[in-house]
Design a protein around this ligand. Structure first.
Ligand code: SF4
Ligand code: ZN
Length: 333
């Protein structure tokens, strides 16, 4: 298994290295990975150092772990979250010894997929010796994400799933008394969302696209995105270079969504203008965000009348969502 992963890591399509003669920019040994946006090839060892340094710099630049005591890491089993939990584990060991890491996982109850996600998460966290907390939707809440397919949310299933994941990861982190919640959002995800938001002119939502969302309510845990400056490919390479388990299954509920079409379009632009994603994100962060933050007021959070968690209105979006699910179930019986 490990052997085959090592072999795969040296293939041209996965590593991006063209031919076997490419040399590592830092040490001159044979390169294993090529980064188009930076126009450089690196060997496995130098790539790991480069990646961990980059994540460390992002954390420091935005004060993500300043005075942090306990960090809950959301691990879904996908490559980004696997890379995140590993790199945070390394950085905590070397640079942030005062921080305690705990892993959290939401089992979405998607047959043929969630079992595989959980297997990867348990293996990664077990190998790292990390405390892992799992919230099993089917067992704890009586529903799984596929149940939304019988409701008007079937066309926006990923949106519903996102609300469920955001709610439960925050609640788990809060119950574990964590003061940070780390998620694996990467540069590709961020630029894809920003692209859509700028097209729509959704100013309030654009302002929320930050590397750190500081808590504005005692039950809302500060969210940090340590991989926000790392690309999809860089996270994938890190998982390969560190020989970590990789989720091979694809969620059966995801179709040819608009999100995937936008990602493909951005990929094409990146092919013609290398570094496009980095420029877009930096412009957003440095030029637009500081100006927009002055014009948009921070929303005031109350407590949801149903569940008591932070909410913009009387009832939080999660409780609204699950009440629609229950109504759809009743009307079917
Ligand atoms: Fe949830 Fe959509 Fe991801 Fe499937 S693809 S796990 S439905 S967000
Ligand atoms: Zn609620």
């Amino acid at each position: 298994m490990l052997e085959s992963r090592r072999r795969r890591s040296n293939t041209r399509s996965r590593s991006g290295v063209r031919g076997l003669k490419a040399r590592c920019r830092f040490c001159g040994r044979e390169a294993s990975y090529h980064l188009d946006h930076a126009r450089m090839s690196l060997c496995s060892e130098c790539f790991i150092k480069y990646y961990e340094r980059k994540v460390y710099k992002t954390i420091q630049k935005h004060g993500m772990l300043r005075k942090a005591r306990r960090v809950a890491v959301a691990v879904s089993g996908g490559k980004d979250s696997v890379a995140l939990v590993k790199v945070l584990h390394e950085l905590v060991r070397e640079k942030f010894q005062e921080v305690e890491l705990v892993a959290i996982h939401v089992d979405l109850g998607i047959p043929g997929y969630s079992e595989e996600c959980r297997r990867v998460v348990e293996k990664v966290c077990g190998d790292l010796g990390l405390e892992l907390h799992v919230h099993d939707l089917k067992k704890a809440e009586g529903y799984g994400i596929p149940d939304f397919m019988n409701t008007p949310f079937r066309r926006r299933i990923c949106g519903a799933c996102g609300t469920v994941k955001r709610y439960h990861t925050n609640r788990m982190a809060y119950q574990l008394e964590a003061d940070r919640l780390a998620t694996g959002h990467n540069l590709d995800d961020t630029v894809e969302i920003l692209f859509e938001l700028y097209l729509k002119g959704a100013v309030e939502e654009i302002v929320r696209m930050r590397p750190v969302s500081w808590s504005s309510h005692p039950k809302l845990v500060t969210r940090i995105k340590p991989l926000i400056e790392l690309t999809d490919r860089e996270n994938f390479f890190y998982v390969l270079a560190q020989d970590l388990p990789m989720l091979e299954a694809r969620c059966p509920l995801v179709g040819e969504s608009r999100m995937l079409r936008r990602k493909k379009l951005i990929e094409e632009i990146e092919g013609r203008i290398p570094g496009f994603r980095h420029t877009f994100y930096k412009t957003h962060l440095k030029r637009f965000l500081p100006r927009l933050e002055k014009t948009v007021e921070e929303p005031r959070l109350a407590e949801c009348e149903v569940c008591g968690m932070p909410s913009l209105g009387r009832v939080c979006s999660y409780c609204k969502l699950t009440s629609k699910l229950r109504r759809a179930e009743i009307s079917r019986t």
